[in-house]
Ligand binder design. Sequence first.
Ligand code: 5CA
Ligand code: ZN
Length: 407
Amino acid sequence: MRSWSAPNIPKLPGESVPLRLYDTAAKQVRQTDPGPTARMYVCGITPYDATHLGHANTYLAFDLVGRLWRDAGHEVHYTQNATDVDDPLLERAESTGVAWQSLAEREIELFRTDMEALRILPPREYVGVTEVVDRVADLIAGLGAKGVTYDLDGDVYFSVADAPKFGQVSGYGEAEMLTLFAERGGDPERPGKRHPLDWLLWRAERPGEPAWDSPLGRGRPGWHVECTSIALDHLGAGYDVAGGGSDLIFPHHECGASEGHAATGEWPFARFYTHAGMVGLDGEKMSKSKGNLVFVSKLRAAHDPMAIRLVLLAHHYRADWGYVPAMLAEAEARLERWRSAVALAAAPPAGDVLAAVRERLADDLDAPGALAAVDAWAEEALAGRGTDPGAPALVRDLTDALLGIAL
Ligand code: 5CA
Ligand code: ZN
């Protein structure tokens, strides 16, 4: 599918800092060590509703990863999927009386517009699952040939007993796995399964549901294997970062990692599994099923998208937090101060701000720390303390390139 357009990124002077990032699998912050081309896959939306602040928060986190790598001189090869056929999408289409394809197309288009407005760097490949069903089916057939799958009434399951690394991404124990599996699309209680945690790879055609011909019969892909297939096709095993929100740690990334391992023999399938925190409203995780959503497109109608971006940047990406409208007012005030400061003819030298923003972001994306560094400079500048005529332009460039904030 079409991706979205990329903003211009100014080149910055001076030394970049290598990015350190939290890896869920290792349970610690480690230095990323990409080759000349850094490879990243981030799980995309299931397009049955508009982009909410939680989604935006997740894509912003990985946008910062891409910006830091670019600043360090890497090419960034970034791939993202859209789950444009899955149960929740089909259910919403049914209940609202629209064709599932039209619903997906409309929400994906709105997502692109939201991402562009927030200046989120686009993926090189933006792949709808419906575009690659044959590739996913081939991968599943290959797993079958390796003996790690089984058939249940025409559906195909991955046998967790044949996943020796299962558990190494999430680190969760079996009881926790079973609870989350049931909550997040799994079917632990289906009769006939060999193990409750065996997960669906291929769903045979059901009446009234979309289906594709394949060597596995007519049907459609299960959820986890779509991302494994798309990541393998575009990035290859051993890519640098697999990303998403923390609700994808288990089962999504756990199952995907074992699929990739079984298919290629390589471990780890991704070198980092990195997860953004959950954004909520009124004490609950923001989710389509709860209906407590703050849509980016609604906020954009009345507010500068750069202020929305600043609301997100004011929280560490791994934190769980709840949105309150006062955060937007605060972000608008900050934006105003920064804009006034970079409009000055002279200001305090900005070399230290650049170094501080690089250093904070390279430390597991400490965006709040980076904002504090710019705040401190802006305060001095607005107090009339500086005489450097080049400083306002440098701050404009660094907030743009590293934080994605156009002043
Ligand atoms: N299509 C799958 C991934 S393959 C999916 O999870 N889609 S989604 O639309 O439900 O979520 C899209 C992305 O936003 C995922 O990375 C998910 O982890 C993240 N996300 C969903 N809800 C929230 C939330 N409340 N806060 C932060 N991130 C969220
Ligand atoms: Zn995914």
